[in-house]
Design a protein around this ligand. Structure first.
Ligand code: UFG
Length: 322
């Protein structure tokens, strides 16, 4: 079975490629290397440099393909509010181009990289897939729109999909095969690492008056290798059941920002220079996932998501650079 991984040179995409190769698939990567990196490519996977806005290039890449994983997207929440046009074009139009190329080449199976950002600021702390979708940023809205488009392409064009709503993706593969550091990272753990290594003088904890165990925000941090295994299992599921699904991917337990900083200090034996600051707008106090559906339908289990493992694997990669 040959899978096209669109966005396969990115942080999550390269972990997905590794998992697919390890489980015996042939893999072709399609990536424009705008945020993806050459260093993340695997020798055993074919690589085509191309953009999802380039329809002829996409159609060419789709030849001889049995299924698609699509992760190519703009994903900075703040930027999405300043440049909705960019997010509409890349995320929505780009995905529709991928789907149309699939229809043209008769490719039926699609695994989509969605996000917990589709839920927005929910009233509950632990979310299942029935929790109402109320995105509060254009990034989350773009992913929600794509999920809607997918349902229609299922009905009208017979595309069978699994949309995976990732919670907070963190960590690096155990063997250290994925080596690229995200440029200009916006997320908590890379920011903690950059602070340890002096790229940043200090970091700010956004809010210490939340109704949580220590006043700082709680999130569900899921190891990227656990996310990766769900993509492979999603293909198996699609082949077997031929039914489209939407699924959360998280561990079901949460860690506070303070806990992340303190555990990093304990694991790395390095000081993290931080100060308490104001809340960041749009941050819910706590977000965790019910992932029973993925466990039941895919037989998925997170295996790498202990806090120590997440921090150690990230620290190991940063140590190579600094
Ligand atoms: N945080 C800080 N200081 C920082 C950076 C982050 O205190 O310098 C805090 C945030 O306030 C938040 C937590 O660390 O409470 C995690 O923040 P991230 O920015 O790493 O992640 P988010 O939970 O905000 O968002 C992540 C992804 C989004 C995705 C969302 C889904 O970055 O792309 O999860 O819930 F949409």
């Amino acid at each position: 079975m040959r899978i096209l991984v669109v966005g396969g040179a990115g942080y999550i995409g390269s972990h997905v490629v590794k998992e697919l190769l390890n489980t015996g698939y042939d893999v072709r990567v399609f990536d424009n290397l705008s945020t993806g990196q050459e260093i993340n490519l695997f020798e055993k996977a074919e690589f085509i440099r191309g953009d999802i806005l380039d329809v002829p290039a996409l159609e060419k890449a789709m030849k001889g393909i049995d299924g698609v994983v699509h992760l190519a997207a703009k994903k900075a929440v703040g930027e999405s509010m300043e440049k909705p046009d960019l997010y509409a074009l890349n995320n929505l139009n780009g995905t529709i181009n991928v789907l149309n190329a699939m229809v043209k080449e008769g490719v039926k199976y699609f695994v989509f990289s969605s996000t917990a950002a589709v839920y927005g600021m929910p009233e509950v702390e632990v979310l299942d897939e029935q929790t109402p979708l109320n995105p509060i940023n254009f990034y989350g809205f773009s992913k929600k729109m794509i999920e809607d488009v997918l349902s229609w392409y299922d009905k009208l064009k017979g595309i069978k999909f699994v949309a995976l709503r990732y919670f907070n993706a963190v960590g690096y593969d155990k063997e250290g095969d994925v080596k690229g550091l995200e440029k200009n990272p916006q997320n908590l753990l890379p920011i903690i690492m950059e602070t340890i290594f002096g790229v940043r003088e200090k970091m700010t904890v956004f809010g210490s008056d939340y109704p949580t165990k220590d006043g700082t925000c709680v999130r569900d941090y899921i190891h990227v290798s656990d996310l990766a295994s769900a993509h492979e299992l999603a293909f198996k599921y699609l082949l077997k059941s031929n039914e489209s699904q939407v699924m959360n991917l998280g561990t079901g337990s949460g860690h506070s920002v303070k806990e992340m900083i303190e555990t990093t200090q304990a694991v790395t034996k390095k000081k993290v220079a931080y100060e308490m600051g104001a809340r960041r707008s749009g941050d819910p106090a706590a977000l965790m996932a019910y992932s029973e559906k993925a466990k039941e339908l895919l037989g998925w289990q997170p295996k790498h998501s202990s806090l120590e493992n997440i921090i150690e694997s990230t620290y190991r990669i940063y140590q190579k650079y600094f």
